[in-house]
Design a protein around this ligand. Structure first.
Ligand SMILES: C[S@@+](CC[C@H](N)C(=O)[O-])C[C@H]1O[C@@H](n2cnc3c(N)ncnc32)[C@H](O)[C@@H]1O
Length: 247
């Protein structure tokens, strides 16, 4: 990656996070909402799954256990991240898995072939992508016809408590509403676009120290309001709409 590009900046920032042990902390913070999302993914053995912005790979490993062996052969999970240090940590923690591949790369140039993935998960990563249009174009390209996309984000306008920690981030981010994200997905020809709010039901102890929120009450309200889950499908481009013929 060329120096000083937006991807290079993200790589440097998230390498710093990885070295500071944030990968494991994120597992604790994102596990509840990610498990609820994975249940909605309805994963089947044999499926091919992409974990975009996989970080230290803990969610990739959860996915890999659910798709191992089936009628279509072994399911496979690919974890992609712009931080090479996150990828190194993810590989080191996944030595027991023979159906995971971690690849260093950017959401804006997904290093994979087209029409491949049955399901895509992206946890707490999408709002960092400098060019979200480009990322959606890439996701559409690598997803299989009928493939289903699951983007989970904690930072969005409809959860006002999430706006308390934006200024603490050292890289630029997008802050959009659920309705704006729906329009974005539809503009990229995704179908069956749906949103849900996924509350985080983990308790917040009274002696918990927060630097991200003004008070513990705000943190609890943030968790109650929940993350935004965006769901969408890639249409089957091989099937014409009723009444149309492909010549
Ligand atoms: C907040 S962390 C979440 C990591 C992981 N999904 C989790 O929940 O623990 C955001 C991750 O997205 C990755 N990321 C940010 N921008 C990216 C991009 N343009 N392409 C790929 N990954 C990116 C970061 O390197 C980082 O690992």
């Amino acid at each position: 990656m060329a120096d000083r590009t937006p991807d290079k900046r993200l790589q440097q920032e998230f390498n710093r996070w990885a070295q500071a042990g944030e990968g494991e902390k994120m597992e604790r913070h994102h596990l509840d909402i990610t498990e609820k999302t994975i249940r909605l993914m309805d994963l089947r053995p044999g499926e091919r799954v992409l974990d975009l912005g996989c970080g230290s790979g803990w969610a990739t490993r959860l996915l890999a256990r659910l798709v191992t062996e089936g009628p279509e052969g072994f399911g496979q999970v690919v974890g992609i991240d712009v931080s090479d240090e996150m990828i190194r940590q993810a590989r080191a923690a996944s030595k027991d898995f023979d159906n995971i591949l971690y690849v260093w790369g950017s959401a804006e140039k997904v290093p994979w072939e087209e029409n491949f993935f049955d399901k895509v998960l992206s946890v707490e990563s999408f709002y960092y992508y400098p060019d979200q249009d480009r990322a959606l174009h890439e996701l559409f390209r690598v997803m299989a016809p009928h493939g289903r996309l699951f983007i989970l984000i904690n930072l969005y306008k409809d959860n006002p408590y999430s706006l308390q920690w934006v200024d603490k981030l050292k890289v630029p981010v997008h802050v959009r509403s659920a309705a704006e994200y729906v329009e974005l997905l539809k503009a990229h020809a995704f179908e069956k676009v749906e949103t849900r709010q996924i509350p985080d039901d983990t308790p917040t102890p009274d002696d918990y120290k927060t630097t991200s929120f003004r008070s513990l009450e705000d943190l609890r309200a943030f968790k109650r309001t929940g993350a935004l889950l965006l769901m969408a499908s890639k249409p089957d481009l091989r099937t014409p709409a009723p009444g149309y013929t492909i010549y």
